[in-house]
Write a protein that binds this ligand. Structure first.
Ligand code: ADP
Ligand code: MG
Length: 336
């Protein structure tokens, strides 16, 4: 790929430095993704500018208007501390008529709302857990279509925010209590779903028209007793000591029954298209003991850290990290 002028944008939890020099920030583990992307692109000969976005898009618009890059590498996941506002960054870039990496606003919006995702997937006859949305301030009742146990989670969050062992509810009392908790803590609707027993699988997909799927990953729970829920809680994903204690590990899915991997990839590719994703995504699925595959959610623009699910799967699938970034850039340049 010929050297490009790339503007890498990411979210910040505080105002960015005036000179947009992030060298010191990038030394901190919280910035693994941003620093890996920037460093890799620079090593590949691209001219890379960096820009943190904090609660205001004016500096971003000004930078793009003053010095339009060949492409914006979009790593923004939060705006005003809200995960569901990230869809407005690609929307803004479209209005500025500047190429960008990652998913467009529609796919982001559909993935971000877990109820909307399930409505669309069920139209395409892709299995999803039965669900019901409960809005704050409205009456909470137990619909007939839902049976215990269930998972109760925030309607629009990411990265297992608001997901703990307490999200698994087995009684009416726990159900009401957890819904109240989501309303109070997150100030957003709560989503209650049937709990799907089974293996926890992740599928990374890259592409626009021609899709490429990477080897299936799995979260295993080696020391979690059989009668306990096995869910990717916040701690199960991010707390090292907790992962060690319960034997929680992220691996490539082994010994899937014959043909299952192909079937899973086929379902996830259909889900990817149905949700209008046009660059890269990771699907979170559950494989029930009877072989039924349920899609739990789609993650448009999943975490791109080198050691995270998506990049690891890409690498096993034959795309080293810098090739992955180049493919993502190529998709951004040829969109539409
Ligand atoms: N209906 C369900 N049945 C079984 N497990 C679930 C269900 N919904 C969520 N989980 C568990 O909770 C985790 C996080 O839920 P998910 O919907 O993927 O939210 P997030 O956006 O936070 O990743 C899943 O990876 C899975 O382990
Ligand atoms: Mg998930």
């Amino acid at each position: 790929m010929k050297p490009l002028d790339i503007l890498v944008v990411f979210d910040m939890a505080a105002p960015p430095p005036d000179d947009h020099d992030y060298t010191e920030y990038f030394k901190h583990p919280d910035w693994f993704t941003e620093s890996a992307v920037v460093e890799t692109l620079r090593l590949n000969g691209h001219k890379v500018r960096t820009m943190g976005v904090f609660n205001c898009v004016k500096p971003l618009v000004a930078e793009i208007e003053a010095r339009p890059p060949d492409i914006v590498f979009n790593l923004v996941e939060l705006f005003l501390n809200k995960a569901h506002l990230d869809k407005n960054i690609p929307a803004l870039l479209e209005l500025l008529n500047i190429p960008y990496t990652g998913c467009g606003p529609l796919g982001m919006a559909l993935c971000n709302n877990k109820a909307m995702t399930k409505k669309i997937l069920s139209y395409h006859r892709i299995k999803v857990p039965e669900f019901q949305v409960f809005r704050p301030g409205r009456r909470v009742w137990l619909p007939k279509k839902l049976t215990f146990p269930m998972i109760v989670k925030p309607l629009r969050e990411e990265a297992s925010t608001g997901i703990s062992q307490g999200s698994y509810v087995a009684t009416q009392d726990q159900f009401h209590e957890r819904i109240r908790f989501i309303h109070d803590k997150f100030r957003m609707p709560a989503l209650a779903e049937r709990y799907i027993e089974g293996r926890e699988l992740y599928v990374g997909i890259l592409g626009h028209r021609r899709l490429r799927a990477f080897p299936v990953r799995e979260m295993v729970f080696r020391n979690v007793p059989e009668d306990q829920p096995r869910i990717a809680t916040y701690k199960a994903k991010w707390d090292k000591a907790y992962r060690e204690k319960w034997g929680i590990d992220s691996v490539f899915a082994n010994d899937l029954p014959n043909g299952t991997s192909r079937k899973i990839v086929h379902v996830c590719k259909r889900a990817y298209r149905a949700l209008n994703i046009d660059s890269y995504a990771r699907f979170d699925c559950r494989l029930a003991p009877n072989g039924d595959l349920y899609v739990l959610e789609g993650n448009a623009n999943p975490e791109l850290a080198m050691a995270d699910e998506f990049a690891e799967a890409a690498e096993r699938g034959g795309l080293a990290y810098n090739d992955l970034l180049h493919q993502i850039i190529r998709l951004g340049l040829t969109r539409g």
